[in-house]
Design a protein around this ligand. Structure first.
Ligand code: ADP
Ligand code: MG
Length: 360
């Protein structure tokens, strides 16, 4: 029996920057997805998840379109592995997870990466985290059909306890940055709105298209090549112009945040989070009134800063909060949400956890 685990992630800052070859700074979560894999000599994988009823099954020569629903993620990993020339064996997989699903904390990458590690362990194949991340991303993009960037998989595979990961998506370089909030009397509060980020695939794709269109107008391959905000004048479409402004300013905020974290400047980190939220709300337009209310409430009641995390249109808000104020901030957010008539949130504190690994 092979046991492989991969964590979900929280993106601290840098939203929609990955596919624009910019910067982001996620942490891996302590919450993770576990795959127990019993390989056999068959040509099928049969799997079950503690989040789903019944079993699913597919042949290891599966193709895009053959499998839908949640099993498309593991099936996509099998397909993308074979596309990359790797060996895959059949068997049974039993999956369990404590990563919230559909909450913007990347249960999808956790599932993909855990399945990939389990298959590689069964076939004695070893690969670097970048190659593994690309296979998992290909599963999500070309098999499941979600046009997401590389951040989630890189975070899940490279996570380190008490470290954030500064990722440069042009070079795929991952630089760990100290993120031990507890020793500074701080905590990362996660407010899961419990509004699933539904309908987000079409909106995500349309944001991506805006960025591609603007890059073409500016004559660059990616928005990473754009220096300074002056170029915005060359984009006549007001919506596309604001989309680009988010990407350019967000990249700057990620780099500023790395500097501030290294210097222990947590007030600045908080301010950058709040500025990032405003940019996602006003320029990239990926927040919702529900999510805006939670972020505003956190800051109004004493958080150093707060922002939505993840691709948008629901999911979670993260807030940087002094440990001493955790209880009062939590209570105040709960009250504001209840008074506005939104669903009861799930609120917890998160720490940076270790990356994906094969346990046995
Ligand atoms: P997020 O990655 O933010 O959690 P996504 O929409 O990208 O949200 O991925 C969620 C989907 O991934 C679920 O709807 C389900 O299909 C699949 N999934 C993730 N984790 C599991 C799991 N442990 N068991 C079954 N399906 C899962
Ligand atoms: Mg996902």
């Amino acid at each position: 029996m092979i046991v492989a685990q991969a964590p979900g992630r929280i993106n601290l800052i840098g939203e929609h920057t990955d596919y624009n070859l910019g910067f982001a700074m996620p942490i891996a979560l302590e919450q993770r997805t576990t795959v127990r894999f019993e390989p056999d000599e068959s040509d099928r994988i049969t799997l079950e998840s503690d989040h789903e009823t019944g079993t699913s099954s597919f042949r290891i020569d599966v193709k895009p379109g053959d499998v839908d629903g949640w099993a498309a993620y593991p099936a996509g990993v099998v397909w993308a592995s074979k596309q990359a020339g790797l060996r895959v064996v059949g068997g049974t997989m039993s999956i369990s997870s404590d990563v919230p699903i559909g909450a913007g904390l990347s249960s999808s990458a956790a599932l993909e990466c855990a399945v990939l590690l389990a298959i590689n362990a069964a076939t004695d194949q070893d690969m670097g985290t970048l190659d593994a991340a690309r296979i998992a991303q290909r599963a999500e993009n070309d098999f499941v059909g979600a046009p997401t960037g590389l951040m989630d998989q890189l975070a899940s595979l490279n996570g380190e306890a008490d470290r954030a990961l500064l990722i440069d998506f042009e070079t795929s370089e991952v630089t760990p940055v100290d993120f031990d909030l507890a020793s500074s009397g701080l905590a990362l509060l996660v407010v899961n709105s419990n509004a699933a980020h539904q309908h987000s695939t079409g909106e995500y794709a349309s944001r991506r298209e805006s960025c591609t269109r603007a890059a073409a107008i500016l004559g660059v391959d990616s928005l990473r090549e754009v220096q300074g905000l002056d170029v915005l004048d060359r984009i006549s479409d007001d919506t596309d112009r604001r989309r680009v402004r988010h990407i350019l300013t967000e990249n700057e905020r990620v780099l500023d945040c790395g500097v501030a974290l290294t210097a222990g400047g947590f007030r600045r980190v908080g301010d950058l989070m709040t500025l990032s939220h405003a940019s996602m709300r006003d320029d990239f337009e990926i927040t919702t009134p529900h999510i805006d209310l939670i972020a505003d409430s956190a800051v109004r009641h004493g958080a150093l800063g707060a922002r939505m995390t993840g691709g948008g249109f629901g999911g979670c808000v993260i807030a940087l909060v002094r440990t001493a104020a955790l209880a009062s901030v939590t209570r105040a957010i709960e009250e504001d949400i209840a008074n506005a008539g939104y669903p009861v949130p799930t609120i917890f504190t998160a720490r940076a956890g270790a990356g994906a690994a094969v346990l046995s």
